[in-house]
Design a protein around this ligand. Structure first.
Ligand SMILES: [Zn+2]
Length: 308
């Protein structure tokens, strides 16, 4: 590992796109610093859960970057049978992100480097592309029978999207980072005469030499130089990524409607007021009896999806 310096401001919380000039292969690099620490500040996660959450946060930014959407969002959602119960990561078209996970407090018997399969007892990951208001959302599902989030997403991309894709993902208490390589289909067109048929295999072999430490510590330009210095690479300007939650009193009112009158009445009878914290940003919203009943009665307002 070279010591060519720490990341500059423009390289923190940034997404970097690049393409190989000699073949239809593209890549993305992402590095989440403050974006990731904002998630960790709001809830303490055991290392095994933290790792999956960080991996998927990096993956979500990488996948969102490969989609051409003007509005809307990409949502990765794991549903598991415990100890990891639910994990949600969202990346919007403007590259704002949020993430949260629910898990059993008792992680006894689980190693720190537990496989995704062990963490979820054979759960699944849903990939939802919501292109924005008025447009049809699309969802694909992949079973979690592999060891890592990268395994599951590679399987999903190759099988469902039919785009050969490789992910390298890593997260610790400070940072989440990822590298994606993708071989684009040529839509039946003849390959250009200077197409480099071996490039995909070659860059995959190079990608596998990237260590977890390098991915987490090195600035993006150093990673690209270290791996692909012999390839003709076009690197685009990096894009900023940041944490943002879009919860509001209105979305919480929608959750109250979703929970339903009986349960809300029971809580009000016991405590007098309703306290609801946003799963993503921990912002607390309180509703007194009159406000809670008004929220329940507001039939014109939309009811959100369980992910909020
Ligand atoms: Zn929130």
């Amino acid at each position: 590992m070279t010591n060519s310096g720490r990341a500059r401001d423009g390289e923190r919380d940034a997404l970097q796109r690049f393409v190989f000039e000699k073949a239809r292969v593209r890549g993305e690099l992402v590095r989440l610093d403050e974006t990731w620490r904002e998630v960790l500040r709001r809830r303490a996660y055991p290392p095994a859960v933290r790792e999956v959450l960080g991996d998927l946060m990096a993956a979500c930014a990488l996948m969102a970057a490969t989609l051409k959407f003007q509005g809307g969002e990409l949502v990765l959602q794991i549903q598991g049978g415990g100890p990891l119960r639910l994990l949600v990561v969202e990346c919007r078209a403007d590259l704002t992100m949020r993430a949260t996970a629910r898990f059993d407090e008792d992680l006894a018997g689980l190693e720190e480097q537990a496989t995704l399969r062990a963490l979820t007892r054979g759960g699944h990951c849903a990939i939802t592309i919501d292109p924005g208001p008025g447009l049809q959302a699309y969802q694909g599902v992949v079973p979690l029978h592999g060891a890592t989030a990268a395994d599951a997403l590679e399987e999903y991309m190759t099988r469902s999207e039919q785009i050969e894709t490789r992910f390298w993902l890593a997260a610790d208490g400070q940072r989440a980072a990822g590298l994606l390589l993708q071989r684009l289909p040529d839509h039946g067109g003849r390959a250009a005469p200077d197409d480099d048929d071996d490039l995909w295999n070659r860059v995959n072999v190079l990608g596998r030499t990237l260590t977890r430490e390098e991915l987490l510590e090195l600035p993006g330009r150093d990673i690209l130089r270290r791996l692909f210095h012999d390839e003709e690479l076009r690197v685009f300007e990096s894009l900023p990524v940041r944490f943002a939650c879009r919860c509001s009193r209105e979305t919480v009112a929608g959750i109250i409607r979703m929970v339903g009158r009986d349960e809300i009445e029971a809580v009000l009878a016991e405590r007098g007021t309703l306290e609801i914290a946003c799963d993503f940003c921990a912002q607390r919203y309180s509703f007194d009896r009159a406000q809670a009943l008004a929220a329940l009665a507001d039939r014109a307002a939309p009811t959100p999806t369980p992910a909020g």
